[in-house]
Design a protein around this ligand. Structure first.
Ligand code: T4K
Length: 385
């Protein structure tokens, strides 16, 4: 262990990409000169840019992705008191967004290979109280969109996607964002495209876009009258300035993330029980998360032990999404409501996966050091055993 160096500064999974500071400062200065800090032109420009990237007719930018999920559900007509089927293997924002507006998340297990909603199990879970289906493109890998769309259409349910990880990835060659009734992006600081905090919903449906736009602004419609319930979910101009600056680099950031992904694959190649999770074959992926899977039986060491060892060397890996949403409150206390079927793949994945540092501040040297630590952890444990 002593031969391995400890990183002098912590290596984080979610270190933000900052982009061109001069461009950012120019945009913020222009907003200050205009004295237009919210409901302004930068948000409109961001919306146009994101809609173009997603290939959708409409984009509604918001102050974060969680509230965009709430607007999306409400704009699709999902009422309090109904149920929405969601994967248990996701960030807790997905079910929390629903339960905060009085909608019950019903957890579904995921496919082991993709870590996304299992269409066959979604079908089993549909019942009289089901009001919709919300898939998550976990780690930027697309859901089984076509199968889910068939199931949703057959049951007459709206299909939504949480694409918080999905900007820049494709499904059948088309960008994520344009599937289902509506999709939601997150531009949180830890996402590869960030607007400090922020999010957006994208859709081709003008009615969903109009309802979400109104609800984002206290329910005020285009005629200036309050048409519905609403909230304040607006994105500010400073956030849009950051988002636009970040988006100027999207292709370079994806290329760099892909390079880092390959560096990890090479660095961990041949290590028993350790694999780097793959993106969908034949699709473009944003590679914003590099996730390894540690099979304790083959590696001789549990993921949590590797996580601890990395921590000791100043590498802050993240156990996204341990232990599965069904094991968080308030869901854990009501298993029959929230998890009517067993969730073996969620349970298994949440014990095996580990997200490693990547992004523009992580390079070959850091990755080689992280891989050395993981290699040492596995090989020394196997030798002792
Ligand atoms: N749906 C899904 C599937 C999601 O993954 C998320 C968010 C959402 C919906 C909701 O979208 P938002 O409402 O957030 O827009 C993070 C993020 O807070 C969260 O946005 C993200 N998913 C989730 C997967 O990860 P934490 O608790 O791990 O983040 P945090 O703030 O501790 O940051 C992680 C590491 O990054 C830190 O150890 C340090 C580093 N960091 C973080 C920030 C904020 C920095 O170096 N600089 C920074 O500014 O949840």
């Amino acid at each position: 262990m002593s031969e391995l160096s400890r990183f002098p500064e912590p290596l984080h999974v979610g270190r933000p990409n900052i982009g061109d500071r001069k461009r950012l400062q120019e945009r913020i200065d222009a907003a200050l000169d205009r004295r237009w800090l919210s409901n302004g032109p930068l948000v409109l420009e961001l919306e146009e840019t994101v809609a173009a990237l997603a290939g959708t007719a409409h984009c509604v930018a918001t102050c974060n992705g969680t509230i965009a999920l709430q607007l999306a559900a409400r704009a699709c007509g999902i009422e309090p008191g109904t149920e929405v089927i969601v994967p248990a293997f996701t960030w807790v924002a997905t079910p929390h967004a629903l339960s905060w507006i009085g909608v019950t998340p019903v957890f579904c297990d995921v496919d082991e290979e993709t870590a996304n909603l299992s269409p066959a199990l979604v079908k089993e879970l549909i019942g009289p109280a089901t009001g919709g289906i919300l898939g998550v493109h976990v780690f930027g890998r697309p859901c089984a969109v076509d199968e889910l769309a068939d199931i949703a259409a057959g049951a007459g349910l709206p299909l939504m996607f949480d694409a918080a990880h999905g900007l820049g990835s494709t499904y059948h060659g088309r960008p994520l964002g344009g599937f289902g009734s509506v999709e939601v992006f997150s531009f949180h600081a830890t996402k590869f495209i960030n607007s400090f905090e922020g999010g957006a919903l994208v859709t081709d449906d003008p009615a969903i876009a109009a309802r979400a736009r109104a609800m984002r602004n206290f329910g005020i419609g285009e005629d200036g009258l309050v048409q519905s319930h609403g909230t304040n979910a607006k994105m500010g101009e400073a956030s849009a300035a950051m988002g636009l600056t970040s988006l100027e680099n999207i292709d370079a950031l994806i290329a760099y993330n892909a390079l880092n992904h390959r560096r990890y694959e090479q660095g961990l190649d041949g290590l028993p029980g350790v694999s780097v999770r793959r993106q969908a074959p034949g699709e473009r992926a944003n590679h914003q998360y590099v996730v390894i899977e540690i099979d304790e039986t083959a590696a001789g060491i549990h993921r949590d032990r590797v996580h601890e060892i990395l921590e000791r060397h100043n590498v802050r890996s993240r156990r996204y999404f341990h232990p599965g949403c069904h094991r968080h409150e308030p869901y854990r206390s009501h298993p029959r409501i929230h998890a009517p079927l067993p969730l073996p793949h969620t349970e298994g994945l949440s014990e095996r996966v580990l997200s490693l540092p990547t992004g523009s501040v992580i390079g070959a040297e850091e990755i080689s050091g992280v891989c050395d630590i993981i290699r040492w952890a596995v090989e020394s444990t196997r030798t002792i055993t």
